[in-house]
Design a protein around this ligand. Structure first.
Ligand code: NAI
Length: 332
């Protein structure tokens, strides 16, 4: 069996972590043969709660767990880690948009970027979940200059899962039969969920989703806003932000990075933009990607229509503005 890897989860006493830790400990993310040492980082005030989480991890009796390190000290939490789930942040409350969170959360990611730079392995893979995820990932990477920018990504996989599930429901097919839905841009209501290149596995082979849905108006006017606003809908119903589905998506995202994407399939990752598809350069923009040997690549040469182009411009502009705001907050 492989040597254990060290995996840090920040915000480890919070809601998302409560579900995410199980996925990691059970082997759903790094593989059924990959033991893990869990580093659980939260703030000093939450150490009592974290103690309870540690007890529950013990009580899971999962054989892949080779150690648990609860801590409020970043030099311990990030020490020598191979993978990092950056979840810890202030969650969005009902009526709050992600912009309201920016100034509070971006500073956390500056500090933790510096800590990753100092203490983590240089090969660490960092997935940012805490909102505003794309801009936090940008700041985290900026303050960790000794780690490649390509090792940082922001999670839009929850949006991808939501889009995939909505299409499966519309078509009356199992969710696993739908693939290659794309989330473009920011993890915010400006994102573009795009079914243009999505496929459905049928008895007759792979069929394009637009052909099966056969209703352009539904795809533009219902599918897109339903996915864009799903996070707010969950908060309105649950009075808390989506945690179970966010945890599953964080595991899906890291699994794609760690284990690669299957042939012909792609995954949406918020990664440093090279200007592909007209996106602004040097922001963390969600693109369709393939992953091999832990290296992601933006899928090239997909056709995008005028509707998509106009939406990509809006979400790109938002990301550029968020980046400027975040940089000015970090200089204060
Ligand atoms: P939560 O409030 O239950 O947990 C957050 C945890 O982070 C708390 O235990 C808190 O003490 C901890 N924390 C705060 N500052 C910290 C710091 N400096 N270092 C370490 N830990 C710290 O929130 P929940 O529901 O787990 O959500 C976490 C984040 O994930 C929020 O920002 C939320 O908006 C975001 N989110 C992102 C999604 C995405 O699709 N990218 C989806 C859903 C939530």
């Amino acid at each position: 069996m492989a040597q254990p890897i060290k995996v840090v989860v920040t915000g480890a006493a919070g809601q998302i972590a409560y579900s995410l830790i199980y996925h990691i400990a059970h082997g759903d993310v790094f593989g059924a043969d990959q033991p893990v040492i869990l580093h659980l980082l939260d703030i000093p005030f939450m150490m009592g709660v974290l103690e309870g989480v540690v007890m529950e991890i013990q009580d899971l009796a999962l054989p892949l767990v080779r150690g648990v390190v609860p801590t409020a000290d970043v030099s311990v939490g990030f020490n020598d880690v191979d993978a990092a789930f950056m979840v810890g942040a202030m969650p969005r409350k009902q009526g709050m948009e992600r912009k309201d969170l920016l100034s509070a959360n971006v500073k956390i990611f500056k500090d933790q970027g510096q800590a990753l730079d100092k203490y983590a392995k240089k090969s660490v893979l960092v997935v940012v979940v805490g909102n505003p995820a794309n801009t936090n990932a940008y700041i985290c990477s900026k303050y960790a200059p000794s780690i490649p920018k390509s090792s940082f990504s922001a999670m839009t996989h929850l949006d991808q899962n939501r889009a995939q599930a909505l299409l499966a429901q519309r078509l009356g097919v199992p969710v696993g039969n739908v693939s290659n839905v794309i989330i473009w841009g920011n993890h915010s209501p400006t994102m573009l969920p795009d079914a243009t290149h999505a496929q459905v596995q049928t008895d007759a082979g792979l069929v394009p989703v637009p052909k099966l849905v056969n209703n352009d108006s539904w795809l533009k006017n219902e599918f897109v806003p339903t996915v864009q606003n799903r996070g707010a809908a969950v908060i309105a119903a649950r009075k808390m932000s989506s945690a179970m589905s966010a945890a599953k998506a964080a595991g899906d995202h890291m699994r794609a990075l760690w284990q690669g994407t299957p042939p012909g399939k792609f995954v949406s990752l918020g990664v440093i933009s090279d200007g592909s598809y007209g996106a602004p350069k040097d922001v963390m923009f969600s693109f369709p990607c393939t992953v091999k040997d832990r290296v992601w690549k933006i899928v090239p040469n997909l056709s995008i229509d005028d509707f998509a182009k106009s939406k990509l411009a809006v979400t790109g502009k938002e990301l550029s503005e968020e980046k400027e705001e975040a940089l000015s907050v970090c200089q204060d």
